[in-house]
Design a protein around this ligand. Structure first.
Ligand code: ADP
Ligand code: MG
Length: 290
């Protein structure tokens, strides 16, 4: 019922929030896996030089990732399609573009090209780079670094929609607000003065790692509701010991082969992700139907 229409293209989703440790990477991987469980084919692009997402797929950034496995050649201009960097993963239905520390080089390569090539649109490199493979996937999920970097801008500009994971605590809330105002300033600086616009098909805020025992989180949850209104997804990812444990073991709550899915502790975490994934599938479908 939710299958990509013939000739349709992948819907691209960036997982973003300039803050570290807000569950961006966990959300990216779990979403990708959840979508494959619903029958979709997914490409996951790691744009964080820390390579946490790459690590979650069991690949060590320091020793098992070469420059050609990352988006760096795209950033440097030696490649124009991301296809060279795509590799299969252990997870059926997910392909990966990996990341490793050398990807920091993109932060220098992109502005350097802008200086060398007049009119070069440094923020569209990833957008143009994935064009070639949009027909091969249902969804492309892009994990981003915890900073407002050239790479992050590229991820947003390549995307139909954004998911911002946000744990309900005061500091994360404050930095998320900065995220949007900085981002709005930057896009208008980049685009408006060139007569361009960028509209997202959807922007979702995901309440993540919610600790129901934390009284303060209820207050922040209200702030989040007032600030982001209908952008807030009607689902919360609970803070669970299993979610922390699975990532320590380079997995997720969907790694059914490794973890007993019927176990009560897993069920709560997995049910929340199931609901989240089905909301996102609906958003994907609404882009296809446009
Ligand atoms: P980011 O990519 O934003 O830096 P991560 O996905 O790396 O965030 O997650 C940060 C930490 O939070 C990790 O140690 C991860 O295991 C933990 N974590 C993620 N989701 C949950 C959850 N639902 N409950 C408890 N811990 C979680
Ligand atoms: Mg991360």
């Amino acid at each position: 019922e939710w299958l990509r229409p013939a000739g349709g293209e992948a819907v691209t989703i960036a997982i973003g929030n300039f803050k570290g440790g807000v569950t961006k990477t966990t959300t990216a991987v779990t979403l990708a896996q959840g979508l494959t469980l619903l029958g979709h084919k997914v490409l996951v692009v790691d744009t964080d030089p820390q390579g946490s997402l790459t690590t979650l797929f069991g690949i060590l950034p320091d020793t098992e990732v070469e420059e050609d496995d990352t988006i760096l050649p795209l950033a440097m201009g030696s490649e124009t399609s991301i296809r060279y960097a795509i590799r299969p993963t252990y997870w059926d239905g997910i392909d990966l573009v990996a990341a490793a520390p050398m990807l920091f080089g993109a932060e220098f390569a992109l502005p350097a090209r802008q200086t060398q090539e007049p009119g070069f649109e440094f923020w569209r490199v990833l957008d143009l780079g994935i064009d070639d493979v949009r027909g091969d996937y249902d969804v492309i999920v892009i994990d981003t670094p915890p900073s407002l970097s050239y790479t992050t801008i590229n991820a947003f500009m390549a995307s139909n929609g954004i998911i911002m994971p946000l744990p309900p605590n005061a500091l994360d809330f404050a930095s998320a607000s900065q995220f949007w105002s900085l981002f709005a300033d930057l896009t208008s600086e980049l685009l408006t003065k060139r007569g361009l616009t960028k509209e997202f098909d959807f922007i979702h805020v995901l309440l993540a790692r919610v600790d129901s025992a934390d009284a303060a989180s209820n207050i922040v949850r209200q702030w989040i509701g007032q600030t982001y209104a209908e952008k807030v997804l009607p689902v919360e990812i609970p803070k669970t010991a299993v979610a922390a444990t699975t990532s320590a073991e380079f997995g997720t709550v969907y790694d059914i082969a490794r973890y007993d899915g019927s176990a009560k502790t897993f069920k709560r975490a997995r049910d929340a992700y199931d609901t989240f994934v089905s909301h996102i599938e609906r958003s994907v479908w609404s882009v296809w139907r446009r």
